[in-house]
Design a protein. Structure first.
Length: 467
């Protein structure tokens, strides 16, 4: 059986089991303040502190001084590393993570001006009143402060590249076969628009919150203080955290809102996957060239290789992220009767799903910044595929009253390699007016791009205006 040395037992990038905390730590650590165990402890403390302030506002706790108010509001953010560690020490005894936070909170106010309100900490609450709020605050902040800004960066790069190359013609392919021409910029702007729309949905996807006791009925609250409208209190408190109040729950706040956020992120990741695969193909066809770092190795045996590794890494991480998001969503929607704990361990993997999503975004972004169009190679494909003009030709011939122009055109191009000369000869032999011939003779693959440039500009303007 393999053994670790004492040094090896310490968590480092080399000993971490998860690549998010190992190989990819430098890229994923930006999520640590939002998705780690420490982040959860801080968020729970924040909810407990804000709850005491809210109890003071309804007169159930004495009036707080301005200093006490600020201390409670910011108690989670201002915890020291030692205080966070103390929570874990207490948990070794309680074997209950939320109760450990409550007891650590009590310890923290002992000997301070707040000591007289110590028994009102966690008043009437079940652990899930704190947990559901803390977890949603963490998810909301992670997506808005890390994931969405990273997505916006990649959208901006795609938009800028689309504008730059909106007139650069390339051969479009459907089913992998030559179709009709488009422009490189227009194809990039399609991805920019898709990401823009899905990112907006992710950013604004609702998150709810509940504060209503052990099984959702405010039992302890209404028994102990019946003259307070606890429903209104709950609505106001949850709303003050930026969450939508959820009044009708069991012990848990059911997870449809979190699942909807997962699904929004899955859609974003799906667009990234499509982008990664298309860019990979463009590189494979030599339509895009890649910058090479000094000393970079593409193969241990083939010196010539420069691999599209960034897009491949992004594709792999999308697969991991969406696999976790789908599995978590499937499990979280069910909980036996008023509550079981199977969902609790599931929720601890949100950070992993966000981490793999972030890696996918950043890898794709790195790849986009390292590629540049190869116009000569793009033009070669157009020059060797004049048959792609047959769509336009048969459409023009319909207006010229030519009988069955589709079959006429198909007979000429089907299975044939058409070049500029053969195209001109075929046009010259058509029984149509000189004006129609001139129209078709003036047509070239690079000119046959329709509204590609205009559509690109329209899309860019829509995104800039926030639509």
């Amino acid at each position: 059986m393999a053994k670790l040395s004492e040094e090896g037992k310490k968590l480092t990038q080399l000993t971490a089991i998860s690549p998010l905390d190992g190989r990819y730590r430098s890229q994923a650590e930006v999520l640590s303040p939002y998705a780690s165990e420490e982040a959860l402890i801080r968020a729970r403390m924040e909810v407990e502190g804000r709850y005491l302030v809210a109890l003071s506002e309804i007169g159930l706790v004495r009036t707080l001084s301005e200093e006490e108010h600020e201390k409670l509001i910011n108690i989670g953010e201002n915890l020291t590393s030692e205080e966070v560690g103390r929570v874990k020490e207490i948990e070794e005894t309680t074997l209950h993570d939320a109760k450990a936070v409550e007891r650590a909170f009590r310890e923290k106010v002992v000997g301070t001006s707040l000591e007289d309100v110590i028994e009102m900490i966690h008043f009437g609450l079940t652990s899930e009143d704190v947990n559901n709020l803390a977890q949603r605050l963490m998810l909301d902040r992670a997506k808005k402060e890390v994931i969405v800004p990273s997505l916006q960066t990649i959208i901006d790069v795609l938009r800028e590249e689309a504008d730059k190359y909106k007139s650069l013609p390339i051969l479009a392919r459907t089913h992998g076969q030559p179709a009709v021409p488009t422009t490189y910029g227009k194809e990039l702007v399609v991805f920019a628009v898709r990401l823009h729309r899905q990112t907006k949905k992710l950013k604004h996807a609702e998150l709810t919150g509940k504060l209503n006791g052990a099984v959702g009925n405010f039992n302890a609250h209404t028994l102990s203080v019946p003259d307070i409208d606890w429903v209104e209190f709950s609505k106001k408190f949850v709303g003050s955290l930026g969450l939508t109040p959820m009044l009708y729950t069991t012990q848990i706040n059911q997870y449809e809102d979190i699942i909807e956020n997962f699904q929004a992120l899955q859609l974003v990741n799906g667009v990234l996957l499509d982008l990664d695969q298309d860019m990979w193909r463009y590189i494979s066809d030599n339509w895009l060239t890649q910058e090479v770092r000094v000393g970079q190795v593409g193969s241990s045996t083939m010196p010539q290789k420069v691999n599209p590794i960034d897009f491949e890494n992004s594709e792999g991480n999308v697969t991991m992220a969406n696999g976790l998001l789908e599995a978590m969503g499937r499990k979280l929607q069910t909980s036996r009767l008023q509550r079981d704990l199977s969902g609790s361990t599931i929720l601890r993997n949100i950070g992993s799903a966000l981490g793999y999503s972030l890696l996918a975004i950043e890898s794709s972004l790195t790849g986009l910044k390292k590629v540049h169009p190869n116009p000569d190679e793009m033009q070669k494909y157009l020059d060797s595929n004049w048959s792609v003009l047959s769509e336009g030709a048969q459409t023009v011939l319909r207006l010229a009253d030519v009988e069955d122009p589709y079959s006429l055109t198909a007979e000429f191009v089907k299975g044939q390699k058409i070049d500029a000369q053969s195209w001109k000869e075929w046009i010259g032999n058509l029984s149509v007016s000189d004006s129609v011939k001139e129209q078709l003779l003036d047509l070239t693959p690079e000119k046959y791009v329709g509204y590609a440039e205009k559509l690109t500009e329209m899309a860019i303007e829509e995104m800039r205006s926030g639509r």
